[in-house]
Every structure is written in structure tokens, then in C-alpha cells.
Design a protein around this ligand. Structure first.
Ligand SMILES: Cc1cc2nc3c(=O)[nH]c(=O)nc-3n(C[C@H](O)[C@H](O)[C@H](O)COP(=O)(O)OP(=O)(O)OC[C@H]3O[C@@H](n4cnc5c(N)ncnc54)[C@H](O)[C@@H]3O)c2cc1C
Length: 423
């Protein structure tokens, strides 16, 4: 039966050489993982990357050290519209599966005392080198400086139109994995240009917005803290409602705050551009017990208030906090009025700053939005809209906190797609 006759019967032509022809779009963490797993599973793989080299964003992760995953990876740690979906994905490809895959590619990893995993080499360069070398050894065709412009699904497969320099060409594959990232750090390649294409194929595209981004805030009397770092619990409030909170390091800057504690909650701010939001900083979150204990010991003594607070903060910060509470550093603790002392303590536990937004895509580590996870099968990453199309990594609407969670998601969703697409 010829192809046209087959079409009339509604059947598709069968190829008797069983190797799947798989295309992967994007050689970031997710696409590298997808291409490798597809090749290891027996597929003929072509990996398209618009940059002149693979893994450009991977190189800058973890300040060049590549914080690759985290001992505490669980579904609940991610901001994702369907917790069950994430549980299924992680049950298929968790930390152990990622460790195995990386080892197979020649990348042993180890965790720090707080459970953040890095390559033994502590170098993102070695991770990219090892992944690219594994791709070559597995026969993957790496088409760099090649941008995919369109994706069309037909009876004989999925056709990509690609541009390399001035040349356009079309290629048809059995399966296509889209690992083109989101919109974060566009200078490293992910500019969101395939979202309109995915929309035309029937997918929903949720508005893209910065996540893991520095937060813009009015510092008011805390302006002198610029350049200083603190361990805090940071929370976002809309009126009286606490939306989200995170504990960790923050640094005061000329425009607001940077550092993991605020970056981890920035997606809740970028999701509400019209709302009036406040940031609450608890400067005692990590020293509550010690603060109460020392205060009880020194309360009835002539210890100066400034000296007392310097047990927890650098002198400049201690003086700033005391001034903000309307007190003086030189007052002995036994002369400080109870209500005034309570006011100082309360403000250390809940300093409010007016939020004015977050910094843009150029400054954020990941973007939120994109394709909803509910439009993709969690065990295989196959699109529920187009058979043979797979979506992975930051192209999907998933945000993890700082600490290796986003690379974990990129690698694991890529790996599941690669394995499934090769079958
Ligand atoms: C400065 C920085 C530091 C970070 N540090 C960490 C960290 O330490 N730990 C962590 O877990 N996460 C970190 N992240 C986040 C992490 O890098 C991302 O979660 C991850 O890179 C997402 O991988 P991805 O493959 O989905 O997308 P990307 O890495 O963005 O890769 C997408 C690739 O697709 C290519 N592409 C896009 N469109 C096309 C097209 N049409 N045709 C061809 N190619 C295309 C792009 O050029 C790009 O190479 C960091 C991010 C930044 C910006």
C-alpha cells in the first residue's frame, strides 16, 4: 500500500528500521540530558542549539560551580500548579537517578553540609565538557549556531524549519523534544521565541515573568545597610495575608534586596504587578533563642543597648536598627523602657518594606509561566496536544527555589523525555 492509500485508511506508514529519529531543540541542561538519554536508549539524535556552543547557561550556574541538585528535592519545594504531577516526575527521576546519569557521563557529584550538590571538580566547565563529550561518543549530531524557527506536525512525523546563517532547511523527525528554556537571561540564548509556535500547535502559554529575581523595594531608613548581608526570613504580604516566605541570605542594594531569601519569593511578586505588596524581614529568624537568652541575662544590667545588639549584627547595622526604633546605642539596658525595648525587638522580627517590583529577565535566574504542566504527561513529558512532541525544563511552568532545584528539574524532565522519545 502506498502512503496516500495508507492516509485514506487513517493508518500511518510504518518504518521497519526501529531506530527513532529524535530532534532536541536547545542544548541547555534539559536538552543535553534529553539528547543523551535518547541516544543511550538507541535513537538517532540531532540536537539543535542557536548559540555557537552547547551549555552556555550551565557555565554560569552556581557562580561557575554548577549547583546541580539538592538532597532535599521534593515536589512540595517547587511552585507548580499540580503537586501530584511533580511527585510522579520525581518518583521516576529523583536525586539518585540524576547522580547515576551524571556518573555515566563522567561527572561525579557530592553534597555540601547543607545538602547542595556540586560536581567534584567544583567547575561548571567540566560538566559541560563531559556532557558534550558523552553526546559525541553516543553519536548525537550537535547542530550549533542553528535556530529552530517552526515546528509542524504531519502524518509522516514532525517537521522543523531551522536557520543556520543565511540558510533555511526543513527536517522531519519521528519525535521532537522542545528544551528551549524560558525567557531568563536572554543573552545566554533562551528568548522565548518558540512559545508562539507551541501556542499555534494548541498549547496554552501562561504569561512569562521573572522568578528567582532580585526584589525592588523602598529601603527608607534602612538605606545605610546597602552592601550588607543578613540571614533572615523574608515574607511577602498582600494586606494582612502572608503569600509566601523563605529563609536565607539577603544583601541590601541601591534598588532593594538580592540573595536567595528574596529571590525564592520573587515569583509571588512578579505574579501580582498591580497589587500593593510589602516585604517583611525577620532579622532574628536564625538567632531567636540566643537573642532571648542574652536579653534575659543582660536586661537588668548596665550593658549598653548598642553593645548588646552588636552580639548579633555588625556595629553599623546594630546602630541603624536602634536609631530606627527611636532609641540610643549608648543607653544602658536597665534604663531602657520595656515598651521601647519590645518595639525594637518587634521591628527586628518584622521590618516592613514597600515592594515596587522585581528586576527584569536580564537579572533573574529562571522565568515562571510558559506551558502548564497539566498539558504534559509527567512520566514521559509527552505533550497531551501533539503526539510525538515532548516539552521539558524551563519551557514548562515550574519554578524551584535556589539550591539546585531548577537544574534538577531541567535534567530530570529532559532525561524522562529522552528515554520516552527513543521508544
Ligand atoms: C546566573 C544563573 C545562575 C543559575 N544557577 C543555578 C544553580 O546553581 N542551580 C540551579 O539549579 N539552577 C541555576 N540556574 C537556573 C538554571 O540555569 C535553569 O533552571 C536551567 O538552565 C534551565 O535549563 P533549560 O535547559 O530548561 O533551559 P536553558 O538552560 O535556558 O537552555 C535552553 C537552550 O535552548 C536554546 N534555544 C532556545 N530557543 C532555541 C531555538 N529556537 N532554536 C535553537 N536553540 C534554542 C538556548 O540557546 C539555550 O541554550 C541559574 C540561572 C542563571 C541565569
Amino acid at each position: 500500500m502506498n502512503v496516500l492509500a495508507l492516509l485514506e485508511t487513517g493508518m500511518s506508514p510504518i518504518r521497519y528500521n526501529a531506530r527513532m529519529r529524535v530532534a532536541v531543540i536547545g542544548a541547555g541542561a534539559s536538552g543535553l540530558s534529553a539528547a543523551l538519554q535518547a541516544a543511550w536508549s538507541g535513537a538517532d539524535v540531532t540536537l539543535y542549539e542557536r548559540n555557537e556552543t552547547a551549555g552556555k547557561k550551565l557555565l554560569v550556574t552556581g557562580s561557575g560551580r554548577c549547583n546541580i541538585t539538592n538532597e532535599a528535592v521534593t515536589a512540595a519545594a517547587y511552585t507548580c500548579s499540580d503537586l501530584k504531577w511533580m511527585e510522579i516526575l520525581l518518583s521516576r527521576f529523583g536525586v539518585n537517578e540524576l547522580k547515576d546519569m551524571l556518573l555515566e557521563a563522567g561527572i561525579p557529584i557530592r553534597s555540601t553540609f547543607d545538602g547542595w550538590y556540586y560536581p567534584l571538580s567544583e567547575s561548571a566547565h567540566t560538566v559541560v565538557d563531559a556532557l558534550v563529550s558523552s553526546l559525541r561518543l553516543s553519536g548525537v549530531i550537535l547542530a550549533v549556531s542553528t535556530q529552530v524557527l517552526s515546528i509542524k506536525s504531519g502524518f509522516d512525523g514532525i517537521t522543523l524549519r531551522c536557520r543556520q546563517g543565511d540558510m533555511d532547511e526543513k527536517q522531519t523527525f519521528d519525535r521532537v523534544i522542545v528544551s528551549a528554556g524560558g525567557k531568563a537571561y536572554p543573552s545566554l540564548g533562551s528568548r522565548g521565541d518558540l512559545f508562539p509556535v507551541l501556542e499555534s500547535l494548541g498549547h496554552t502559554v501562561l504569561p512569562l515573568r521573572p522568578a528567582l529575581a532580585p526584589v525592588l523595594a523602598e529601603l527608607g531608613s534602612l538605606k545605610p545597610l546597602q552592601g550588607m548581608r543578613f540571614d533572615v526570613e523574608a515574607s511577602v504580604f498582600e494586606g494582612k495575608k502572608k503569600l509566601v516566605s523563605s529563609r536565607g541570605n539577603v544583601i541590601f542594594t541601591e534598588w532593594g534586596l538580592n540573595g536567595p531569601a528574596v529571590m525564592n519569593i520573587s515569583h509571588a511578586i512578579s505574579a501580582r504587578p498591580e497589587k500593593s505588596l510589602e516585604l517583611s524581614l525577620d532579622f532574628l529568624a536564625f538567632v531567636n533563642k540566643e537573642y532571648d537568652m542574652l536579653l534575659a541575662r543582660k536586661r537588668k544590667t548596665g550593658q549598653l543597648l548598642g553593645v548588646f545588639l552588636e552580639a548579633f549584627f555588625p556595629p553599623k547595622a546594630a546602630a541603624g536598627f536602634i536609631r530606627k526604633a527611636g532609641l540610643s546605642t549608648g543607653t544602658p539596658l536597665d534604663h531602657v523602657d520595656e515598651a521601647e525595648l519590645n518595639r525594637l525587638t518587634a521591628s527586628l522580627r518584622d521590618t516592613r518594606l514597600k515592594v515596587t517590583g522585581v528586576r527584569g529577565f536580564e537579572y533573574c535566574q529562571v522565568s515562571a509561566g510558559g506551558i502548564p504542566v497539566t498539558e504534559v504527561e509527567p512520566g514521559t513529558m509527552e505533550s497531551c496536544r501533539i503526539k510525538g512532541l515532548y516539552l521539558t525544563g524551563e519551557t514548562l511552568d515550574v519554578v524551584g527555589p535556589c539550591g539546585g532545584y531548577n537544574l534538577h528539574f531541567a535534567f530530570s524532565s529532559g532525561a524522562l523525555a529522552g528515554k520516552a522519545a527513543a521508544k
